[in-house]
Design a protein around this ligand. Structure first.
Ligand code: 13P
Length: 246
């Protein structure tokens, strides 16, 4: 049986005071029956590492450069993240694809850069509402994932995948458990063709996961936990979601 994973994506939220309260609310609620991580804004990585040291709560970043170093103003490299002890980095979040025009290939290159330094990429895929309504969901997520599978080659089995329907992010419109499971099954099948350990790989669901819908989503066959946005900013909600995962 796959162990569940719940990851908080803080997006561009946080402050020294708020972070300290949130992190102590999470660590104080341990132990969890699942793996737990928070992906925080770059400036807060250091204090997060300190606050979580000695606990089994993991931390990560929300993006990385595809390059190791160089003249890339404003970018943050994976070797830098690795120095902070980052376990995860989110790549290809729909907000980066939409607001920063990230292509499938760039996302794949970022995932490769992460794995090369031992940081696990959480690769996000998902369709827009227009794409779903046009019946293109399966084709879109398969295209997004296929770029990453192709680029990672024999390392594809080491990534975490997150299905995040764009129309469910921050909208309160959660995918039904059946809708989410159907896409997760498609992704799992695609992974099976590429990675020998596909049945052990983690596929997260993200998009308006809340304490009251987490258990039913996480109960689906191919849903191995969640990537949590808004509800990850309140310790009681995030902890309740972690509890729903096991
Ligand atoms: P919400 O949980 O706020 O819908 O955000 C989901 C998300 O984008 C996580 O990466």
């Amino acid at each position: 049986m796959r162990r569940k994973l719940v990851v908080g994506n803080w997006k561009m939220h946080g402050s020294h005071k708020g972070n300290a309260e949130l992190l102590s609310g999470i660590t104080g609620a341990r132990p969890f029956g699942c793996d737990v991580a928070v992906c925080v804004p770059f400036p807060y990585l250091s204090e997060t590492a300190v606050a979580l040291a000695g606990s089994d709560v993991r931390w990560g970043a929300q993006d990385c450069s595809a390059f190791e170093q160089g003249a890339y103003t404003g970018e943050v490299s994976v070797p830098m993240l690795a120095e902070f002890g980052c376990r995860y980095v989110i790549v290809g979040h729909s907000e980066r694809r939409a607001y920063h025009a990230e292509s499938d290939q760039l996302v794949a290159d970022k995932a490769k850069a992460a794995l090369a330094k031992g940081v696990t990429p959480i690769v996000c895929v998902g369709e827009t509402l227009a794409q779903r309504e046009a019946g293109e969901t399966e084709a879109v997520v398969k295209r997004q994932l296929s770029a990453v599978i192709h680029t990672l080659g024999h390392c594809a089995g080491e990534m975490v995948v997150a299905y995040e329907p764009v129309w469910a992010i921050g909208t309160g419109k959660v995918a039904s458990p059946e809708q989410a499971q159907a896409v997760h099954a498609v992704l799992r099948a695609q992974l099976r063709a590429a990675a020998a350990n596909a049945d052990a790989m983690t596929i997260l669901y993200g998009g308006s996961v809340k304490p009251d819908n987490a258990a039913i989503l996480f109960g689906q066959t191919d849903i191995d936990g969640g990537l949590i946005g808004g509800a990850a900013l309140k310790a009681t909600d995030f902890v309740a979601i972690c509890r729903a995962a096991g």
